[in-house]
Design a binder for this molecule. Structure first.
Ligand code: MSP
Length: 506
């Protein structure tokens, strides 16, 4: 069974921002962690390039939609690289491989009897690229989400998807698969939508040319969500030349997304798949919003955290760490520059950075750079018992923040152990017993550092790799405390999280 993790594909009409980076970092933590466990992993991200908002944005900019999405895809690829993501493929919905497969699926859905033609008249929001029910339109016919925006009255002959036929199937699916949608309060929200009754949805647009043509009615293009959601499935068919990954990875998917697109993923997507005769996704995790304030809202503009400036100054690891330490994964949470700096200094530089440099320096000073071949003290070994499986259990539940918290308890425990065991006093003593104890203490510290660094690797890919290289740990697989014997040489490293002077600051 593979492990297939995805981010939403991001709209190619905007610039990459913090929210996109956040979902990408979360998916990356999971992908890297599962690779460490020897799982067969595929990590997908990409851009959503069709639809009316993109056609309108291109028109405004005086370029073709293709030119617009080509530029945008470059920016999103750059963002993905900047946050240190290890994605296996970057899908663009303008890919030919995606188009032909979407056309195949929609044809299958029609053959299965779930698509019909009908006239439609109602409200439409350009920004949502969605129809708004009569009862959902805000006062003065504005969009309930884009409250400033007037809705348009539209009348079209369109193709419709029989979403209403799936109420019972969805209800049954949710009962059979209680953890398909996580966290639980989001699952309940989705169930509420299903129980509230589902309306059929229009899946084609007649006045738009920027999209995937409806195969049997080329004057219309597919509604962008019908095209976009299928990316999770189509990519597996053509991401690797000459190899179809579908059997390996579908339905073992884990979709990461935020609450804004819950309805599309938790209600429509499983229904689309069932209608095409395909397995619904294994899992989806709906995370919260990063609340970052804006120029108007934040008291001082100086406290706004720009993720890309942070990456330039402090590196991607620092940003990844801060986000998953600061905000409980699944909930909304505030992020700001001051909070970032505090965690960088107190946790990354002091707790972890110092633990690493102290440990390596003591091995160097007291044992000429060779970790003693000794047994660890039982109390320290006891604190590490079950640590790896605790982390695995959290990440199986996609509890990225709680996983990091368990690792951090160990980091703190190791620092406390340094204070308690006082290696510098043992080193001054002339007795054989203290010499042996120093061997045990240094072994335990080096071993603890090795184990936590491996556990931290998905969160801090760059700095953990530097540190692992310094201790000659080549394998990235998670490893139990006490499983690597001493007798190996370590090297010092430059500080992993250097002090950033005011002038260098983001
Ligand atoms: N193109 C659709 C998704 C199609 S998936 C088949 C789309 N794109 S988007 O560019 O608007 O991205 C929305 C996603 O970006 C959210 O679901 C979330 O993953 C991320 N975020 C956007 N703003 C965010 C925050 N403020 N905080 C956290 N993540 C948010 O919707």
């Amino acid at each position: 069974m593979g492990f297939y993790v995805t981010t939403p594909i991001f709209y190619a009409n905007g610039r990459p921002h913090f929210g996109h980076a956040y979902s990408t970092m979360a998916a990356d933590v999971l992908a890297r962690h599962m690779r460490q466990r020897g799982e067969d992993v595929f990590f997908l991200t990409g851009t959503d390039e069709h639809g009316e908002p993109i056609a309108l944005a291109a028109e405004k900019a005086g370029i073709t939609p293709q030119e617009l999405v080509d530029r945008s895809a470059v920016e999103f690829r750059q963002m993905v690289a900047d946050v240190g993501a290890s994605n296996d493929f970057f899908i663009r919905t303008t890919d030919e491989g995606h188009r032909v497969r979407v056309q195949e699926f929609v044809t299958r859905v029609k053959e299965n009897g779930f698509i019909y033609e009908d006239d439609w008249e109602g409200w439409y929001c350009d920004s949502c690229a969605d129809y708004i029910g009569e009862s959902d339109a805000g006062p003065g016919e504005t969009c309930p989400i884009h409250v400033e925006e007037p809705l348009r009255r539209v009348a079209e002959r369109n193709w419709f998807f029989r979403l209403s036929a799936f109420e019972d199937d969805l209800e049954r699916l949710y009962a059979e698969r209680p953890d398909m949608v996580l966290p639980e309060f989001r699952r309940n929200e989705a169930l509420g939508l299903i129980r509230g009754g589902l309306r059929d949805i229009s899946i084609s647009r007649s006045k738009l040319t920027w999209g995937i043509p409806v195969p049997w009615d080329p004057d219309q293009v597919l509604y962008v969500w019908f095209d976009a959601l299928f990316n999770y499935y189509t990519a597996l068919g053509y991401a690797r030349d000459g190899e179809d990954l579908t059997e390996r990875f579908w339905p073992f998917s884990c979709h990461i997304l935020a609450k804004d697109i819950l309805k599309f993923h938790a209600v429509m997507w499983p229904a689309f798949l069932m209608a095409a005769g395909l397995e619904p996704p294994h899992r989806m995790f709906i995370h919260g919003y990063l609340l970052m304030g804006d120029e108007k809202m934040s008291k001082s503009r100086g406290n706004v955290l720009d993720p890309f400036e942070v990456i330039d100054t402090y590196g991607a690891d620092a940003l990844r760490f801060y986000c998953f330490r600061e905000v409980s994964f699944g909930r909304d949470g505030n992020v700001d520059l001051e909070g970032f700096r505090v965690r960088y200094e107190t946790e990354l530089a002091n707790d972890f950075g110092n633990l690493a440099s102290r440990t390596l320096a003591m091995v160097e000073r007291y044992r000429d750079g060779v970790v003693p071949d000794a047994d660890p003290e039982p109390e320290l070994a006891g604190d590490f018992e079950g640590a790896v499986s605790a982390l695995e259990a959290f990440l199986d539940e996609l509890e990225i923040g709680r996983g990091l918290e368990t690792i951090w308890e160990l980091v703190r425990r190791l620092n406390q152990y340094v204070e308690e065991s006082k290696p510098w006093e043992l080193a001054r003593s002339e007795t054989e017993e203290d010499g042996r104890r120093l061997d045990s203490v240094l072994y335990g510290l080096a071993e603890g550092l090795r184990v936590v660094t491996l556990m931290l690797h998905p969160y801090l890919p760059d700095s953990s790799e530097k540190l692992l290289a310094a201790i000659g740990q080549e394998e990235l697989a998670l490893s139990e405390f006490g499983s690597r014997p001493g007798g190996y040489r370590v090297e010092k490293t430059d500080p992993l999280f250097p002090k950033i002077e005011a002038g260098d600051r983001a």
